[in-house]
Structures are given as C-alpha cells and as structure tokens.
Ligand binder design. Structure first.
Ligand SMILES: *Cc1c(COP(=O)(O)O)cnc(C)c1O
Length: 468
C-alpha cells in the first residue's frame, strides 16, 4: 500500500472493524436496522492527498483553494473536519451556504456557484465577501446592480467595485459529455454557464471582462462521475486558453484565478482509489503547464472523490426469502439512501459486502441473489442478481463507497426515516473503534412535522365561498 492507502487495504480493514464494533456497541441491531458510517481516517487521508497533489505541481506561493462541493456530502461535521484539513466549501444554494457557515467556513474559503441564484442570495454573498461565479448574462446584470449601486462611473470613469467578493463567470467549454448524461455539464446544450462555442458567446465573455475591471476569475466545471479524465483536462485547457486570451486583450492579468471545478470520477468497482488526485494534477500540469507557473491562483471544487470511498451504508437483513428460485434479502437500505442506484442501476452500481449477525465479514460459497430495500415498489433493489455469500435473516448488507450522494441525500419515499450517521476512528481502548454522532436518526415526530403535522386540519377547514 502506498502512503495514501490507494489500494484501499487499510480502508477495508477499518470498515470491517467498524461494522463489527457498530453491532457490538449497539449502533446497529434489531432496533437500529440501518446506519451510515464515515471513516474519519480515510477522509483526512484524501484531503491530505488532494493538497499534496496540487502542491507538487504549482509554483511555490501559488494560492490554491480546494473548495469541497458541499452537495456531495452536506453534513456540518464533515465540513468542519475538512476545514480542519485545510479544505474550503463550494456551495450552490442558501441551504449549503448555511451549512458551510455553521461549520465555521470563512467567506474567503467559500465559493458560490449555482445556476439559479436569487437577487437576495447574490446580495448576501457580496455582503459577506464570498466568491461568486456568475452563470449567465442576466446574473451578471444583477451583480452589476449590486457592485455599482451609487457610483456607476467612479474616479477616472472606471466602474468602482463595492464588494470584496472575488467575482468570475462560469463558462461551458462544450467539450462534450461522458457516460452518464445527468452528470455531464459540458455538453452542447448543458444548462450551466455561458456556452462558449455558441455564436457570439466568446466575444461577449471577453467584453464582459473588458467592461468590468472587478471580474478577476474564470470558472468551468466540465462534469462529474462518468467524465473521462481526458475530457476534464480538455475542459481546463479551453478555460485556460480563454483566460489567456482575455488577459491579452485587456493588456494586463485581470483574471488572476482560475476555478477548474471538480468532477474527478470515483472507482465504484473495487477498493482501489483511481484515478488519484496526484495522477490528475500531474496530467493537468503536462497538458496545461501555463496554469501552474504561478501567474494564476487556483480553485478546485472536488466533491465525490473526497468522500465517496469513506462512507458505508450498513443495513440489517430483516427477512431472507426466495422468489422464482432467486434468493432475496430484504434489508433496510433502498431507494431512501441509494436513490440513483435504485432508479438508474446501470449507471450507478454499488459494491455490496455481506456481514453476519455479529458484524463479521461473511464467507462461504457465493450465491446469486437480490439485495432489496424496504420501499414498497418492486424496483427497490440495492443490487440485482449479485453473487455474494448467502445473506440470512439477521445478517447485514453493506453498500460500499456511499460517502457522497448517498446516505446524506435522503429521499423520503414511504416516509422512511433518515438513518443515523456515525464517524469512526480505530481506538484500541474503546473496543477497537470509537464512534461519534454526525447526524441523529430521524424521529417519527420529525417525520410528522415535516409532513404538515402542524397543519392537520388545514384542508378540511378550507372551503370555496358559498359551498357550505
Ligand atoms: C457538483 C459540482 C461539483 C462537484 O462534483 P463532484 O463530481 O462531486 O466532484 C463541483 N462544482 C460544481 C459547479 C458542481 O456543480
């Protein structure tokens, strides 16, 4: 295993220990049939690898902000842990900004991207000094209104900026999509950013910078899972070339920071971390050396690649049955915690690990079986026709690599409760593993409250005039 655990052996061993300890310590059991587990050691390792990978390729003194895409794992304790590891936050909604602030992320380590920022959100971001990437010309108009409220032409006829927010424009380099349409953001017709190859768009972008001396950043995010590395690199090449062109046309380095987005794909097929941040950073440097020579600061926005491999959903097998000759393990993990996998299984397959009733890895001959969730529709399957040691009643099935876009993205089908989430570290004194609560399991009272419980009579007392 290398220094960052890229073969994943250490990670797999920590996970096995944590599942056993979760059963032993009562976090998992008949009354708590599903939990999410987060490997704190692994998260710290990934953050360290990210920082080291870009430190290796950038000129000394280059400002680099790694802004974690909060949407990947929107949990305050995770954001706080990453903050401690030197990682900032990329937010795309008022809720995500509130989470970042609750975790103590300062404005200068926060970036706001979203295709639908309201005027109020923009005003707040600019007042706080948070970096904003404008998605389109109409949004830039709104920013103009906020930046130049009283003094459209300041001293010497130059527009004067009134916010310290670093501001940029998001472009879509239109380099194409990957294997998953829903996560491909640089297609011809993607909804994000200014579509650079459209008629007149490039010239519009250049003019936008010429007219606004306070626009100092350029942003692109070429896509997420399913985008090949070569396409991500082409997206960065195009963005860099545009920054160079703009600075040349203006005659000074007005764009001082390039935000290259996130999107490093995750290997869901085995324990190995691939590609690594180091591979990506080196490939970027080889393809776009000018980006790393110290003339530009860098912002990155990785999400899935920082967290995915450090999360595990563990669910109890409530019943083991057989249908049409196929064994079916009915567990407590389904569409509510693995929404994409259940609805689009071909694009989002997950590895499943089998544990016995004491949380020990299950061995024995592999049997083709279905691992089903608790929701009331036939397609609620975590895995279909998967070869695994036969799952029995009281065993546990674990969905691996689910630290991003899974258990932190609850889907309220069948009013299933949000499971508790616990972080863990090895600890030889505390029965081998020490846990900390990241999120409490949802209570029934909370489900009722979220479902209009306070307004139970609202509809029966609402009558059209004269109907009663
Ligand atoms: C979703 C998103 C990211 C993170 O993508 P990952 O695939 O999780 O790394 C980064 N930037 C923007 C603008 C995004 O929308």
């Amino acid at each position: 295993m290398d220094e960052y655990g890229n073969t994943g052996e250490g990670r797999a061993a920590r996970r096995d220990e944590a599942v056993r300890a979760a059963v032993e310590q009562g976090l998992l059991g008949p009354d708590h049939p599903i939990v999410g587990l987060l490997d704190v050691t692994g998260i710290r390792e990934s953050a360290a690898e990210l920082r080291a990978a870009f430190a290796e390729v950038t000129a000394p003194g280059t400002p680099v902000l790694h802004a974690f895409a909060v949407k990947a794992t929107p949990l305050v304790p995770v954001l706080r842990l990453l903050r401690e590891e030197g990682i900032g936050a990329e937010v795309a909604s008022p809720g995500e900004l509130a989470l970042a602030r609750a975790a103590g992320l300062p404005p200068e380590r926060t970036v706001l991207d979203s295709p639908a920022k309201t005027a109020a959100e923009l005003r707040e971001a600019l007042a706080l000094g948070i970096a904003v990437n404008a998605d389109n010309p109409q949004e830039l108009d709104r920013i103009d209104g906020l930046m130049l409220p009283h003094n459209p032409k300041g001293m010497g006829g130059t527009p004067m900026a009134v916010s310290r927010s670093p501001l940029g424009i998001r472009v879509n380099p239109q380099v194409g999509g990957g294997s998953i349409g829903a996560t491909s953001t640089a297609t011809e017709t993607s909804k994000f950013g200014v579509a650079l190859r459209d008629e007149g768009a490039r010239e519009w972008v250049v003019r936008a910078y010429l007219d606004r001396p306070w626009l100092s950043r350029l942003h692109a995010h070429t896509g997420s899972q399913g985008i090949p590395l070569s396409l991500m690199i082409r997206g960065v090449e195009e963005t860099y070339a545009l920054a160079e062109e703009i600075n040349r046309r203006i005659g000074r380095p007005q764009i001082d920071t390039i935000d290259i987005g996130g999107g490093l794909p995750v290997n869901f097929a085995s324990e190995v971390t691939a590609p690594t941040y180091t591979e990506y950073a080196r490939a970027l440097k080889a393809a776009v050396p000018g980006l790393f020579d110290g003339r530009y600061g860098l912002v990155t926005e990785f999400g899935r690649s920082l967290l995915a491999k450090h999360g595990t959903i563990v669910a109890r097998v409530e019943y083991a049955k057989s249908a049409g000759g196929r064994p079916v393990a009915v567990t407590h993990a389904g569409v509510q915690v693995a929404t994409r996998t259940v609805y689009v299984p071909g694009s989002w397959p997950l590895r499943i690990a089998a544990y016995d009733g004491k949380g020990r890895p299950k061995s024995g001959p592999e049997v083709v079986q279905d691992v089903a969730g608790p929701a009331c529709f036939a397609g609620d399957l975590l895995a279909e026709g998967r070869a695994l040691p036969l799952l029995d009643q009281g065993d546990y099935a674990a969905a691996l690599d689910t630290g991003a876009y899974y258990f932190a993205h609850h889907y309220a089908y069948n009013s299933l409760a949000r499971p508790g989430i616990y972080g863990f570290v090895p600890d030889h004194r505390a029965g081998g593993v020490r846990f900390a609560t990241v999120r409490d399991p949802q209570t029934l009272a909370s489900i009722v409250a979220e479902s209009g419980g306070a307004h139970a009579g609202a509809l029966t007392t609402l009558h059209a005039p004269g109907s009663r």
